[in-house]
Ligand binder design. Structure first.
Ligand SMILES: *Cc1c(COP(=O)(O)O)cnc(C)c1O
Length: 399
């Protein structure tokens, strides 16, 4: 048995069986990962939307190395420099004039948003309900599971926390119908990721903003998957011409290290008061240093411009796939968060791509989800598209 087969065996024998990895990844560099058999693969999962600047970007690695030798943790009883700088940077990039709170994951960031909304609601007429969207995904803690508008991940966990109501995505009338006098917030993803790679219409997002303004409700954007440039702007709400009251980040923020953030506008900046919320590791200096390096890379290497360029190329190529193969129904998404809807199970497509050395994901609703690192070069993208094209020829037979 090879060393890395042993790794997979340990996962099976000693780890709770919530994951089913098919292979062990041993290293990553840019858009490429290497597995235990020594194969190089294009990572068009980006570690599920985490490696937006690619695996082991030298600037991120160096920032982690430097901070790890200086201070790895001091608790929030004391200030640390990277966290303070990161908060200021996120507030600046958002233009919302508010403040940030740090935690360690997407679920925790959304949990913080839910708690902040409840605290705001308690102070403004005793409101507590939060309207979320069907097919949304907000995380796996009990509250964020309740906020998630999909039943497959909720089964077996009753009773879930009360205070959530669901509306249909892209249907403003449905949202209006779900709002009542107890409702304090509307929470949504501008592009639903996990739920099927479905972008909101501009009309819908603007309508939600207006509704929130009319009823003094908070608009919460979950940017855990769409944030940090994934859809072509720093945060996906910036592509819709609106400003949320709160938004959440995690996945790509730390360039591979665990960190989550809740960012507010000025109105919500001081709703949390000393002691009213906290996280031991929140604002960890190493994770924050990594996040500062990620932001520096996105800014200094023209990453958002690269998303625009490579996204256009990818959409064109995938549309050609859809035109060629009747089993492929539609391409949708934004930036480099792209879904291809399949007639039937998307898994054979994922497996065919993997057999040609391109790793991709699925999303709910028969969707193949494609998320390359945002730093991908055009020639690598063209190369991978060629491999995917071969894979589809193998799977569906050449016409
Ligand atoms: C992944 C994801 C989450 C959950 O993030 P974790 O870090 O796994 O807790 C929440 N919201 C969205 C939109 C996500 O894609």
């Amino acid at each position: 048995m090879s060393k890395t087969d042993e790794t997979k065996a340990l996962w099976e024998s000693a780890m709770m069986p919530v994951y089913a990895p098919e292979t062990t990844i041993t290293s990553g560099k840019g858009v490429i990962v290497r597995n235990s058999s020594g194969q190089s693969l294009y990572d068009f999962t980006s570690g599920i939307g985490v490696q937006n600047v690619g695996h082991c970007h030298p600037k991120v690695t160096e920032a982690i190395r430097e901070q790890a030798a200086k201070l790895t943790h001091c608790s929030n009883l004391f200030a640390n420099e990277p966290a303070g700088k990161l908060a200021a940077k996120l507030v600046e990039l958002s233009g919302l004039g508010g403040k940030a709170f740090f935690c360690n994951s997407g679920a925790e960031a959304n949990e913080a948003a839910i708690k902040l909304a409840r605290k705001y609601g308690a102070a403004t007429g005793g409101r507590y309900r939060i309207v979320t969207m069907r097919q949304s995904f907000h995380g796996r803690t009990l509250a964020t599971l309740a906020a998630t508008g999909q039943s497959w991940c909720q089964e077996g966990y009753d009773p879930l926390p009360a205070g959530f109501a669901y509306a249909d995505f892209n249907d403003l009338e449905s949202v209006k119908a779900a709002v009542d006098d107890d409702t304090v917030a509307i929470m949504l993803e501008c592009v639903q990721g996990e739920g099927g790679v479905t972008p909101a219409t501009e009309e819908f997002i603007k309508g939600v903003r207006t509704l929130c303004d009319e009823k003094d409700m908070l608009m919460i954007c979950d940017e855990v998957q769409t944030g940090m440039g994934r859809t072509g702007t720093w945060f996906s709400w910036q592509g819709y011409g609106v400003e949320p009251d709160l938004f959440t980040l995690a996945k790509a923020l730390g360039g591979g290290l665990p960190i989550g953030a809740l960012v507010s506008n000025a109105k919500c900046a001081d709703v949390f008061t000393p002691g009213s919320h906290a996280s031991t590791f929140g604002g960890n200096p190493v994770a924050a240093a990594a996040a500062l390096a990620v932001i520096d890379v996105i800014q200094s290497e023209g990453v958002l411009e690269n998303v625009a360029k490579t996204s256009a190329l990818a959409f064109e190529a995938f549309q050609a796939f859809v035109d060629k193969y009747p089993k492929l129904l539609e391409v949708r998404g934004k930036g480099l968060l792209i879904g291809i809807a399949v007639d039937g199970d998307p898994k054979p497509v994922v497996e065919a791509f993997r057999d040609q050395s391109v790793l991709v994901l699925t999303a709910k609703g028969n969707v193949v989800r494609i998320m390359p690192p945002l730093t991908i070069k055009e020639n690598d993208l063209v190369d991978a598209i060629e491999m995917m094209s071969d894979a589809l020829d193998c799977l569906y037979g050449e016409e």
